[in-house]
Design a protein around this ligand. Structure first.
Ligand code: ADP
Length: 282
């Protein structure tokens, strides 16, 4: 058993029950990558392959932290619809105005608005070599929209990384979460505090608490996740789907994820090359 495979097992990674469907996915990705290489969208990620990653999980499951580690490694763009919406609010745009009160109460912003915002982002040239989605899709309509969009853009079907964390661990995690407004690095006052209290290790910016990280709003966000977002997993059941236990350290989870992704993101699908480490990228 290779170290990557064993890390996967130790981290509680569950692959789609149908190995065949995972393999078909791999073959599809490889052929599509080759096709893209010959066509107009000739970009690839840092490892030579093209991959669309979808980080799925409840609020507070560590999607933001893993997104940062994965995209530093693969040099693909991270697209967080939550960050984009917060950017719209900060810019005072019409979309931001609409999103503001919905986000403050822990609800979901309308599908049409989010879908169009995502489409515009994915149409930019930096996404031609693949990208990572954090916090999208969150509804069945968004999942269907994404499939059509990927087909239109001649990008591979997504690989789903589901960070599964028991609900009782999430509220404490989120209320002790702090974020750097500049580089978006996420800290946790209990488990991953900054070196100097209140200040980002990387750029010295003053850390903030997100407005929707109060206990009342967090409870509503978790309710929305259970009612609307979790059922979207059924849509991905027969895809390249991996369930990962998210109640471990960030570096442990990243090791498990990189073990899964190594063969998918490498051009020839053979997983050659050295493995990333969380410490080297964080
Ligand atoms: P988290 O995953 O911790 O809830 P996000 O930053 O992803 O944090 O999202 C914050 C808020 O932004 C959500 O509670 C929701 O109001 C809004 N939002 C983000 N992504 C979407 C989406 N895909 N569809 C609808 N609303 C979204």
């Amino acid at each position: 058993m290779s170290s990557n495979v064993s890390a996967r097992h130790q981290a509680g990674v569950k692959m789609n029950q149908s190995t065949r469907s995972v393999r078909i996915g791999l073959d599809d990705n490889t052929s599509l990558t080759n096709e893209i290489g010959l066509g107009t969208l000739a970009q690839v990620n840092a490892r030579g392959g093209t991959v669309v990653l979808l980080l799925f999980g409840p609020p507070g499951s560590g999607k933001g932290t893993q997104s940062r580690l994965i995209t530093n490694w693969l040099k693909i763009p991270a697209i967080s619809t939550g960050d984009m919406l917060r950017g719209e609010i900060a810019a005072g745009s019409k979309l931001g105005e609409t999103a503001k009160s919905i986000m403050a109460s822990g609800g979901l912003v309308g599908d049409d608005l989010v879908n169009q915002m995502l489409k515009a982002r994915v149409s930019r040239t930096d996404c031609a070599g693949g990208f990572l989605l954090d916090g999208y899709p969150r509804t069945a309509e968004q999942a269907e929209f994404l499939d059509k969009l990927l087909e239109e853009r001649r990008l591979p079907a997504p690989t789903i990384l589901h960070l599964d964390v028991p609900a009782d661990a999430l509220i404490g995690r989120m209320t002790s979460r702090r974020e750097c407004p500049k580089c978006k690095r996420i800290y946790n006052l209990l488990h991953q505090p900054p070196k100097t209290a209140g200040v980002c290790d990387d750029d010295g910016a003053a850390l903030i608490t997100r407005r929707d990280d109060t206990e009342e709003v967090v409870r509503e966000r978790l309710r929305m996740y259970d009612a609307i977002t979790r059922p979207v997993l059924a849509y991905f059941q027969y895809r390249n789907y991996y369930q990962i236990r998210g109640d471990r350290s960030p570096s442990y989870i990243f090791e498990a994820i990189s073990g899964i992704l190594e063969p998918l993101v490498t051009k020839n699908g053979d997983g050659r090359g050295h493995s990333p480490t969380a410490s080297a990228t964080s």
